[in-house]
Design a protein around this ligand. Structure first.
Ligand SMILES: [Zn+2]
Length: 262
C-alpha cells in the first residue's frame, strides 16, 4: 500500500512538472507571438461601453486609383469609414480625392508620408519629421488642424521597426504620440488584402468574416492602393454582411466619441 502511494505520488509529481514545463514553454511562445498581434484596446473599451454592434472600416495607404470606387460603394451603404493616408509618389495623382473623402462623411487620419520602415523607424525624430511632411502635403487639400488620429505603419506592436530604431522605439513613439495629443489605433480584424498571397474578393470577405467572429466592435484593416482592387470587389459583400449581422458603421473618431461620452 505504501509502495503504491509512493508510486502514485511520484507519478503525480512528474505530471505536475510536465504541466509546469508545458505551461512555461507555451507562455513563452505566446509572448513571442504577441509582439505582432495588433493592439485592440480601443475596440475592447468600446465594446465594454457601447450597446449594440459597431464596425469601423479602415483603409490604409491611399489615396489611389481605387479611392473613387471605394467612396462610391461606401455611399451606397451610407457607411462612414476612416482613411489612413500616405504621401508617397504613387498617391500624388490622387490627392484630389482627399476633399471628396471628407465630403462623403468619412475621416482622414495620418499613416505616413514615405511609409518606408527603414526611414520612419530610424529614430523618433525621423518618425515625427515624416508625419510633419504628411501634414504639409495634406494641408493643401484639407484642414489638417482637425486631423489628430494616426495609425503606425505595421501597427503599434510591429517588430520590424526594432531593426532600425531599437527594441524600444514603438513604446517611445506611442508615449510621444499621446504627449502630442494624437489618438492612435491598430485593428482587430484584418482583410489580409495587401499580403503577398493576393487573395481574391471572396477570400478577403472570408478573412473579414472570420476575424469579426465573436466581436461586437470591429476595426477592420483594408487597403486603398492600386494593387488592392480586389478589396473594391469585396467591399459590397463586406458592407452587406456587416449590415445583416446588425453592425452600425462609424469612423474611428465617432467610435471614440461614443465610447468616451458613454
Ligand atoms: Zn500601411
Amino acid at each position: 500500500m505504501r509502495v503504491r502511494t509512493k508510486t502514485v505520488c511520484g507519478c503525480l509529481t512528474a505530471l505536475l512538472l510536465l504541466c509546469l514545463a508545458v505551461f512555461f514553454l507555451c507562455g513563452k511562445e505566446q509572448n513571442h507571438r504577441e509582439t505582432s498581434i495588433p493592439d485592440d484596446r480601443m475596440a475592447v473599451q468600446a465594446a465594454a461601453v457601447l450597446d449594440g454592434r459597431y464596425v469601423c472600416l479602415t483603409f490604409d495607404d491611399g489615396p489611389s486609383e481605387n479611392t473613387a470606387a471605394i467612396l462610391e460603394v461606401l455611399a451606397q451603404y451610407q457607411a462612414p469609414a476612416t482613411f489612413f493616408v500616405t504621401a508617397q509618389p504613387v498617391n500624388e495623382p490622387y490627392y484630389d480625392q482627399l476633399p471628396l473623402i471628407l465630403a462623403g462623411g468619412h475621416q482622414i487620419a495620418l499613416h505616413s508620408a514615405s511609409h518606408r520602415y527603414s526611414e520612419i523607424y530610424k529614430s523618433t525624430t525621423d518618425f515625427w519629421l515624416d508625419i510633419k511632411q504628411l501634414r504639409q502635403v495634406l494641408s493643401a487639400y484639407v484642414d489638417v488642424e482637425d486631423i489628430n488620429w494616426l495609425r503606425f505603419p505595421g501597427g503599434s506592436t510591429n517588430t520590424v521597426s526594432h531593426r532600425y530604431g531599437g527594441s524600444g522605439i514603438m513604446k517611445e513613439l506611442i508615449a510621444q504620440a499621446e504627449e502630442k495629443g494624437y489618438h492612435w489605433i491598430d485593428w482587430n480584424v484584418c482583410g489580409e488584402d495587401a499580403t503577398s498571397a493576393h487573395p481574391d474578393a471572396d477570400a478577403i470577405l472570408r478573412n473579414v468574416q472570420q476575424g469579426a467572429e465573436g466581436r461586437d466592435v470591429c476595426v477592420v484593416l483594408l487597403h486603398d492602393t492600386a494593387a488592392t482592387s480586389q478589396t473594391v470587389k469585396a467591399l459590397p459583400g463586406i458592407l452587406q454582411w456587416f449590415s445583416e449581422q446588425g453592425y452600425r458603421f462609424c469612423t474611428v473618431e465617432q467610435m471614440y466619441t461614443m465610447t468616451d461620452g458613454g
